[in-house]
Ligand binder design. Structure first.
Ligand code: FAS
Ligand code: PHB
Length: 389
């Protein structure tokens, strides 16, 4: 088999890249390790930046998003009883869209079905070869048969644990990492959201987040030690602890209910440079991971797709190499700014093991400054709605 662009990974970045390239007449094949059902069962991101929404519109998959998505003009940050509203729309003229990553991936899959693109599921032992030749090839096993696809380009959209980043020789990679000593215990419940906009809560007991998927589907998180397991947290224990971390008015009015999903996600900041190795390009979580405190994970994957799809179309359709040669540097410039914002939000809102009382005071001072300074709120708003591509 032969194709122009071989995409490894059928998550949001792989499917969005496939959608945009096929719309421009570039042939692709997507190799996905697991099943479509498994991909669609993941509960991940919930907030879409303005740039993400417009690229999804360009990709022709925003119809349901425009109907069911919840536009949010701002969010709240709380510190015990203090509630600070950051009005993105007032401060930047832009807003964000609350629409789950699961829905985005569902919309991408159905658009890809309509387009009749090639997505091969349940592949095993993917191996990438001859990246320094004009034509590369990728091998994989499907139902016990070893297969091969020749291609002009390979794009690693295969997430943090994928094969593509590790195909770049270790001595050619520079990796930057910060592992946080806590995780997020997340709960999904068929209950009305605690607030009309998100609340990022700092408290003397640790971080909490009140988010949502729609008017009757809420998503909540609390910071927990990495040693915790989901089994240790009954629904009742979760709701009790969540309420203790929120302003009392929000806690008292909150509607609780049975969890329909409960999981613990680890938090890390990670970047691997460069994003290109011969005919191989890295996109999304294959190249970088952000703590979800800044709602950047999915949105960063989308901005990588934004840069790379344009570069690949220019190279394949018009034999222009400029953008493809500039991809790594251009994408990394935006990645590092989102990395900084996510790290800043995480350190401002979480308690760290063994920290002294000074650290707690610094968090309180940051939130008190945010309450009083429009400049500080504008800086947060500009980063949260997404820096320009
Ligand atoms: P993904 O990891 O989504 O997709 C990679 C795909 O590649 C997967 O389908 C995988 O099965 C496949 N794959 C892996 N190895 C392969 C191989 N060798 N061969 C073929 N296929 C292979 N972001 C936010 O903005 N907000 C959040 O709240 C948030 N919560 C998260 C919670 C968790 C538990 C995790 C893990 C991530 C979370 N993220 C969040 C980040 C997340 O949304 C990612 O940024 C987003 O999924 C990135 O998309 P992709 O780059 O497509 O990677
Ligand atoms: C979510 O709704 O899952 C969500 C929203 C904002 C974040 C992280 C997660 O920063």
């Amino acid at each position: 088999m032969k194709t122009e662009v071989l995409i490894i990974g059928g998550g949001p970045s792989g499917l969005l890249l496939s959608q945009l390239l096929n719309k421009a007449g570039v042939a692709t094949v997507v190799l996905e390790r697991t099943t479509r059902e498994r991909v669609l069962s993941r509960i991940r991101a919930g907030v879409l930046e303005t740039g993400t929404v417009s690229l999804l519109k360009d990709a022709g998959i925003a119809t349901r998003l425009e109907k069911e998505g919840l536009p949010h003009d701002g969010c709240y940050l709380s510190d015990d009883e203090l509630m600070v509203h950051v009005n993105f729309y007032e401060l930047t003229g832009k807003r964000v869209m609350v629409y789950g990553q699961t829905e985005v991936t569902t919309d991408l899959y159905s658009a890809q079905d309509d387009m009749g693109t090639t997505i091969i599921h349940e592949v095993e032992d993917v191996a990438i070869h001859e990246l320094d030749q004009k034509t590369s090839f990728v091998e994989y096993t499907l139902e016990g048969q070893r297969k091969r696809i020749d291609c002009s380009y390979v794009v690693g959209c295969d997430g943090f644990h994928g094969v593509s980043r590790k195909t770049i020789p270790e001595d050619a990679r520079v990796e930057f990492e910060r592992v946080y000593p806590f995780g997020w215990l997340g709960v999904l419940s068929r209950t009305p959201p605690a607030n009309h906009e998100l609340i990022y809560a700092n408290s003397s007991r640790g971080f909490a987040l009140c988010s949502m998927r729609n008017e009757n589907l809420s998503r909540y998180y609390i910071q927990v030690p990495m040693s915790d397991t989901v089994e240790q947290w009954s629904d009742e224990q979760f709701w009790t602890e969540l309420k203790l971390r929120l302003p009392s008015e929000t806690a008292n009015n909150m509607v609780t209910g049975a969890s329909i999903e409960k999981s613990i996600a680890p938090l890390r900041s990670f970047v691997s440079e460069p994003l290109r190795w011969g005919n191989l390009f890295l996109v999304g979580d294959a190249a970088h991971i952000v703590p979800p405190t800044g709602a950047k994970g999915l949105n960063l994957a989308v901005s990588d797709v934004y840069y790379l799809h344009q570069a690949l179309i220019a190279a394949i359709k018009h034999d222009v190499q400029t953008d493809i040669n500039a991809y790594s540097e251009k994408a990394l410039s935006r990645i590092w700014k989102a990395m900084r914002f996510s790290w800043q939000m995480t350190t401002m809102l979480h308690q760290f093991d063994g920290e002294d009382s000074f650290a707690g005071q610094m968090r309180k001072a940051s939130l008190s400054h945010l309450a009083r300074s429009e400049t500080a709120r504008r800086d947060l708003a500009e980063n949260y709605i997404g820096l320009p591509f």
